[in-house]
Each structure stands twice: as C-alpha cells, then as structure tokens.
Design a binder for this molecule. Structure first.
Ligand code: FH5
Length: 278
C-alpha cells in the first residue's frame, strides 16, 4: 500500500476475515484480506468495553501513535485503524513466519549465526526507536515475529512509552525485567539493552538466564545478576562476553546499542540481510 492509502478511511466491509492468529493482551488478531487489493493483513480487534474496564484508552492510543509513526524493516507496520460502535480495529502487517518463540521451541536453541542475526536486527530496531524517544520495555520472544524470509519483526507496542522522562510503571513479564524495573526505580532506555542480553542468552541456551521455580527466586537472581553459562550447548566465548556486558546491574555500564553492533560476535556471526537460512 502506498502512503496515500494509509490516510484513507477503512471499514469492516473492506476486509474478509480469516482464521484467528492468536490473541494479544486486550484483543484477538485475525488473518484478513483487503478485498480490492487482495492484500493480506493481520487485523487486531479490541472491544471498547475492554478498554473502559482496564482503563487502557491512553495506552492503546499511545501504541497506535507510536506504531503508526515507526517505519523500520524489523518493526511490524501499523497501516491504519478504524472502529465501529463496540470495537476498534488495527490493520497490522502480517508476519508470514509466525512467532519467533515457536521457532525457538522447535529448535531448542538457535545457532550462533541465527542468534546474532536476530540480536543485530533487534539492536538496529531499538536504536531507531530510541532516536524517536520510544522505549519498548516489553521485548520478549512472544512479541517477536518472523516474516516470509525469516526476518525479525517486533510486534505489540502495547507497553511502549513515548519517553520524555524517566519511567516508573511496572510492566512486562518477570524474566525480562531489568533490576531497576524489579526495584521499581526510575528507568530509561537502558532497560532495552538489558533485555537484549536476556534474549541473547535465551536464543543460545533455550531458556532465559534467571529462570527459577518461583517469582521470588527469579527476582533474587535478577537483583544479584546471578548469571552462569551451562557447558552445553557449547556457546562461543565472544557470545558469553556480549551477554556479560549487557547483563550489568548498573544501567549506565551496559554496552550501548552502537557498541553491540560493533561487537566481534555480531560482526562475525550476524547476517547483514537480517534473514537466516533455515
Ligand atoms: C502479542 C501478539 O499480538 N501476538 C500475536 C497474535 C497474532 N499476531 C500476529 C500479528 Cl500482529 C501479525 N502477523 C502475524 N502472523 C502470525 C502468525 C503467522 N503464522 C504462520 N502463525 C502465526 C501465529 N501471527 C501474527 C501477533
């Protein structure tokens, strides 16, 4: 769709709804086809009474403003939106490859090339977000999708914030929370750097580093940065070096996004096209 289309008024009659793709926090996502162009999209349907009940009007509006304004190959596009008396419809890019999480489950863990390619894609997408004053804050495998060429797409900006100042609100699941968020302290962009370390570990070992039986144990391990590297799978020293330079309690000492892109492990293993041969 050209730029022109994204300004036009859409309505339900413009789409044929297909199978449910899954559900986000406050709505279901369906496969859909725009009738005239036969263009395939993902249609996220959110009930207005859900918005009232959970008081997330402002959050949804923020998600829509943010995602409409972001244009990056690794960020899922929000093409437009419309509403009827009881529902709001978000017209989203359809990621043919589905959830990256399923890929990770299927393979157990990724190769160093695949992990480095995904981390590089995430890093460039986050660098782009940060220069637009957006902190995603909820980067986790469930919010990562793959396109038809295996290129990573960040979805679901429901928890992102237009950050002018430090944020205090708690969000996201436990395993990916940085210490300053666990302590409910003011936090800034550097939380996304921490999460990159968590994801890099999870891509290479198949589980996040501080995963524990109970929430309180996970909290304790995060606060202590209780990081250890199993002997299998055999992960390169460079990869472990990058993870160790991201999972640093003092947020000001975490490797910057720029430095991640220049890290030897990324330079050596990441595929510049952002796609991975299966
Ligand atoms: C947090 C969240 O929104 N999660 C999911 C629900 C479906 N949704 C999708 C969104 Cl928003 C966009 N594209 C998708 N593609 C798929 C998908 C494709 N296959 C083969 N299997 C699936 C599943 N899902 C989506 C995002």
């Amino acid at each position: 769709e050209g730029e022109g289309n994204s300004k036009r008024q859409w309505s339900l009659q413009d789409f044929e709804i297909g199978k449910p793709l899954g559900k986000g926090k406050f709505g279901r996502v369906y496969l859909a086809r725009e009738v005239k162009s036969t263009y395939i999209v993902a249609l996220k349907i959110i009930f207005k009474e859900q918005l009232e009940k959970y008081r997330i009007h402002h959050q949804l509006r923020r998600e829509m403003e943010i995602q409409t304004s972001l244009r990056h190959p690794n960020i899922l596009r929000l093409y437009g939106w419309f509403h009827d008396s009881e529902r709001i419809f978000l017209i989203l890019e359809y990621a043919y490859g589905g959830e990256l999480y399923n890929e990770l489950r299927k393979h157990g863990h990724f190769s160093e090339e695949q992990a480095a390619t995904y981390i590089a894609s995430l890093t460039t997408a986050l660098a782009y977000c940060h220069e637009k004053h957006v902190i995603h804050r909820d980067i986790k495998p469930e919010n990562l999708l793959l396109d038809h060429e295996g290129r990573l797409k960040i979805a679901d900006f429901g928890w992102s914030v237009q950050s002018r100042s430090k944020r205090h609100t708690m969000c996201g699941t436990l395993d990916y929370l940085a210490p300053e968020m666990v302590e409910n302290k003011a936090h800034d962009y550097a939380v996304d750097n921490w999460t990159l370390g968590i994801l890099c570990y999870e891509f290479l070992y198949g589980a996040p580093p501080f995963e524990s039986e109970s929430q309180s144990d996970t909290f304790k391990r995060i606060m202590k940065v209780d990081l250890s590297f199993p002997s299998t799978p055999n992960v390169s020293m460079e990869a472990r070096n990058l993870i160790s330079r991201l999972l640093v309690k003092d947020s000001s000492k975490r490797l910057s996004l720029q430095k991640i892109m220049e890290h030897p492990w990324i330079i050596k293993n990441a595929n510049p096209t952002g796609t991975c041969k299966k």
